[in-house]
Design a protein around this ligand. Structure first.
Ligand SMILES: [Zn+2]
Length: 325
């Protein structure tokens, strides 16, 4: 089957880029930008992803050196950021990401060895058994190896909150939770949103508390969903799964999902629980890959932290995090 980028809105093509994970794709977007193109999000740098990009370039007649004007990233996660350096080396185009994400890019991707020391400590504090700490560290290293080459230069998104791509002027919306400084791009005349991983169909965006996270990612995510629920959106173009037509209804489902998860964790923590034990109450840990276990812990910790902040749970912050009803 030929790889084809789909036209999802006038002058906007959706590119499905393969990922070597259970979640086997990320959607990136090609937007006509005057006589050239702007790329939104990039993929992980492995041979299948490069082959997909070359197929899309051929389909759309794109010569990267001549035609790529800008590379814009919704957030710093490896499936979105990973090929940014590759794109820059192909095209020489500037890369833009939000100022907050740029800070995390430096903390994580340009200082990987130090970050993994922090991750090891973090997994231990979550109560992850030592053999699983090792595999979780290895999983992180394998992803970091595909987040290469690192860009030579990255610019912060424009401070005036707007970015022009072709005939459209997009408003930049900061949408924290899934990452601290994720940026969404909204074109009001069409009620069109490039929505990153903020709202997804079929799967719930990972809301995690990581060593580098600002405090209270879940509270900030829920506040952001409240704020964005009334935004008129006819079409949201996400990083994974199907395009979204029922923006408000999906936000309501995500709000209900987190409320349920908080209630369950509150109940299960009555007699005291570590993050790893609590993760076992909401995920079937035996079925998770070594990648997914990282996200399961961060997600669980974000919910426990929320319950700690509201006073629903007591928190002990010793060698191991411990939460109790
Ligand atoms: Zn993400």
């Amino acid at each position: 089957m030929a790889i084809t980028a789909h036209l999802v809105a006038p002058d906007i093509y959706q590119a499905r880029i393969p990922l070597p994970y259970q979640l086997n794709h990320v959607f990136c977007y090609l937007l006509r930008d005057g006589s050239g193109w702007t790329i939104v999000d990039t993929g992980l740098n492995w041979p299948e992803a490069q082959a997909a990009w070359f197929a899309y370039f051929e389909q759309l007649g794109i010569n990267p050196k001549e035609d790529i004007r800008k590379i814009i990233l919704t957030h710093m996660h490896p499936d979105h950021f990973g090929m940014a350096g590759w794109f820059q080396s192909q095209s020489g185009a500037p890369i833009y990401i939000s100022e907050r994400e740029l800070h995390t890019v430096h903390y994580i991707w340009y200082a990987w060895a130090a970050r993994e020391v922090n991750m090891r400590h973090y997994f231990q504090k979550c109560g992850l058994p030592e053999n699983l700490v090792e595999t979780a560290i290895q999983a992180g290293n394998s992803t970091a190896a595909l987040t290469a080459p690192l860009p030579k230069q990255i610019e912060p998104l424009p401070a005036d909150g707007q970015i022009v791509i072709g005939d459209r002027t997009f408003s930049i919306i900061t949408a924290p939770g899934h990452s601290d400084g994720q940026a969404l791009f909204y074109h009001a005349p069409e009620e069109l949103l490039l929505s990153g991983d903020h709202v997804l169909l079929k799967i719930t965006p990972n809301i995690g508390l990581w060593p580098e996270s600002d405090p209270a990612p879940l509270a900030r995510y829920l506040a952001s969903l409240d704020a964005l629920c009334d935004l008129p959106v006819k079409l949201a173009l996400p990083g994974h799964k199907s395009v979204i037509h029922n923006w408000q209804a999906r936000i309501n489902e995500l709000q209900a999902h987190h409320a349920q998860r908080l209630a369950l964790l509150h109940e299960k923590s009555a007699r005291g629980i570590t993050v790893f034990q609590a993760a076992g109450e909401i995920f079937d840990l035996s079925r998770l890959t070594q990648h997914e276990i990282r996200f399961a812990l961060a997600e669980t910790l974000a919910h426990l932290e929320y319950l700690g902040d509201t006073g629903a749970l007591q928190r002990e912050d010793g060698d191991v995090y411990f939460f109790k009803g």
